[in-house]
Design a protein around this ligand. Structure first.
Ligand code: CP
Ligand code: NVA
Length: 305
């Protein structure tokens, strides 16, 4: 694995490899076992959008691994004033051992990988959110003991989360149902990829139907970062695309709920369902830390189990 740009680039073995490293690093952290696999290494953490979890877990994760995570507000850099990506990344490649970026266009992240000489990590684009989904898969595997043949149902916007969840779930052997309004479907290339999995994938528009016999229910905000001008329009389009008691009742009895956060209670999830499944959701948030440490370690660390 040279970069971590989208889950579509990773093999099933590489995804499971990251989950195994994350589980090992989590064990080591909780048991006081040294795991300084990034000793002396520096990771640039560039943000062109807001973040609570991704920023802090990469910073703390780099520190726990013996390395350094440098937060860079994209707006304060010359990128914001139009310096070409080719020049920016050729400079940063000479200071840093790895770079994580949260930005708008997927093509920007791909260009960093193309023109730089260090591993690039996608910390969220409009197209996908792959670091989040490694944490989600880790949480599901921890709680259910496996991923194969479990049914995931995603309800909501066919956005960055939906795109990464579909690819991540199918590549790890899960069944996946995406429940999205017709005008807000997942990306075309993701849907083509999913079609190759036959009846392990379904796209529909009815939340209660989609949630039938689900082992895992996932949702995300109706309005993502950068789409704020559409907030009111989206509130109408997504009405009913919510994890609520009816959806929970349609799922398997021991269904777990995942939400990448931040959550909007009363929109994509009710306050009652959120609180009833808070342990699962905050485990998921904690697992960002272990997942990100695994990704940095795999890309530029000196890992030994
Ligand atoms: N889930 C997630 O990426 O959270 P942040 O936006 O706080 O980083
Ligand atoms: N879909 C959301 C995810 C936030 C972590 C967004 O892009 O804003």
């Amino acid at each position: 694995m040279e970069h971590f740009l989208k889950l579509g680039d990773l093999s099933t073995e590489e995804i499971y490899g990251l989950l195994d490293i994350a589980a090992d690093l989590k064990y080591k952290l909780k048991n006081g076992v040294p795991h300084r696999y990034l000793e002396g290494k520096s990771v640039a953490l560039v943000f062109e959008k807001a973040s609570t979890r991704t920023r802090t877990s990469f910073e703390v994760g780099a520190y726990q691994l013996g390395g350094y995570g440098a937060f860079i507000n994209g707006k304060d850099t010359q990128i914001a004033r139009g310096e070409p990506v080719q020049d920016t990344i050729r400079v940063l490649s000479r200071y840093f051992d790895c770079l994580m970026i949260r930005t708008f266009k997927q093509s920007f992240v791909e260009d960093l990988a193309k023109y730089g000489t260090i591993p690039i990590i996608n910390g969220l684009t409009d197209y996908c959110h792959p670091t989040q989904v490694i944490a989600d898969l880790l949480t599901i595997r921890e709680r259910k003991g496996r991923l194969e043949d479990l049914k995931m149902c995603y309800i909501g916007d066919g956005n960055n989360m939906a795109n990464s969840l579909i690819v991540g779930a199918l590549k790890t052997g899960m069944k996946m149902t995406a429940v999205c309004p017709d005008d807000y479907r997942p990306a075309d290339d993701v849907l083509s990829f999913a079609k190759g999995f036959g009846d392990r994938f379904e796209l529909c528009t009815e939340p209660v139907y989609g949630a039938e016999k689900a082992d895992v229910l996932v949702t995300d905000v109706w309005t993502s970062m950068g789409e704020e001008a559409e907030t009111e329009k989206r509130k109408i389009a997504f009405k009913g695309y919510q994890i609520n008691d009816k959806v929970i009742d349609a799922a398997n009895k021991d269904v777990m709920v995942q939400h990448c956060l931040p959550a909007h209670r009363g929109e994509e999830i009710t306050a009652e369902v959120f609180e009833a499944h808070a342990d699962e959701i905050f485990d998921e948030a904690e697992n960002r830390l272990h997942a990100h440490k695994a990704i940095m370690t795999a890309l530029c660390g000196n890992y030994v189990k």
